[in-house]
Design a protein around this ligand. Structure first.
Ligand SMILES: [Fe+2]
Ligand SMILES: [Fe+2]
Length: 307
């Protein structure tokens, strides 16, 4: 218990060290530079679409990047619910655990506001107003109907994957010149997410120490959540293609639409689900929870284009 509290204390200290202010990172009146790509092709898969012109591929990259920002806002709706619920359990309990979890909650709310500001600036400057999913509250409620352990494992996956996106496609990207403002935004998101991944793990350990028999059901819930996320990604993809058609000013033929849908579905699913499934840190954390958890994820990985 004492060791665990030191871990929570260390999360608070790291969080205080890297904390940033929303108004400084992204002022409300920010204007975006639409001459550049925002996200790496590794996450948008737009460059391989042969029938689009270079200008149209740039627009698709930007639409996908805007949806990426929006999907974080979307997913953080349940993360706020999860972190605040875990914090509430420590009321009159361990104040250090509670402080760390309240910071986690506050940071996720701040991230939602950051991403909302970005999509607002995007809508003001892009050729057309992009269509974005708006059922995040309904989805968050459905996710939170699962056990905390199932949601914590799902969240550990999502947050470590965010880390991986930043490290591999932004910080470690030597081949593409991406929009510096968007890269900076992802960097600051990443700085705070690093503590969240540690807290997901600590909270999952806490549950398993008290109720190890709940693991199997939690892993089944994790699988269901991935499937549901795939549905959400496909729904956003449908909206992205509608936005792209409006932006390029023509309707795609059936063959073009098919090519776009196949390539972009793969890019979405791999980027938002598969990419994290064999990440060494995710697997080592799962192994530390239970070798069964690691095996469960490895068995699912091929379904999500993780090879
Ligand atoms: Fe976040
Ligand atoms: Fe987070």
């Amino acid at each position: 218990m004492q060791n665990q509290t030191l871990e929570y204390q260390s999360c608070i200290q790291s969080s205080e060290r890297v904390s940033w202010r929303l108004d400084e990172l992204l002022p409300g009146d920010t204007t975006l530079d639409f001459s550049r790509r925002f996200l790496s092709d590794a996450l948008t898969g737009t460059e391989a679409i042969g029938f689009l012109s270079a200008e149209e591929r740039l627009m698709l990259n930007q639409i996908r990047s805007n949806s990426y920002a929006h999907l974080f806002l979307f997913l953080e709706e349940y993360a706020v619910a999860l972190a605040s619920q875990r914090a509430g359990l420590e009321l009159h309990g361990n104040a250090t655990h509670m402080r760390a979890l309240l910071r986690f909650t506050e940071e996720e709310l701040k991230h939602q506001q950051l991403f909302a500001r970005f999509t607002g600036a995007f809508a003001r400057g892009f050729k057309v107003v992009p269509a974005l999913l708006d059922n995040q509250v309904e989805v968050a409620r459905a996710i939170m109907a699962k056990s905390n352990l199932g949601v914590l494992i799902f969240n550990l996956h999502m947050e470590l994957m965010t880390q991986q996106h930043y490290q591999e496609t932004v910080r470690g990207n030597k081949t593409e010149t991406l929009d510096p403002l968007f890269c900076n935004l992802l960097k600051h998101h990443w700085l705070e997410e690093a503590q969240h991944t540690r807290l997901d793990f600590l909270e999952a350990q806490k549950i398993l120490a008290q109720a190890p028999e709940t693991l199997d059901a939690a892993l089944a819930e994790y699988s269901e959540l991935l499937q549901a996320l795939r549905g959400t990604l496909n729904a956003q993809l449908e909206l992205d293609l509608r936005t792209l058609e409006k932006a390029v000013g023509r309707t795609f033929t059936d063959a073009e639409r098919q090519e776009l849908t196949t390539a972009q579905e793969r890019s979405y699913v791999r980027g938002f689900i598969g990419m994290g499934m064999k990440a060494p840190l995710f697997l080592s954390r799962l192994r530390a929870l239970s070798p069964i958890a690691e095996q469960h994820v490895l068995a699912l990985a091929p379904t999500y284009y993780c090879d």
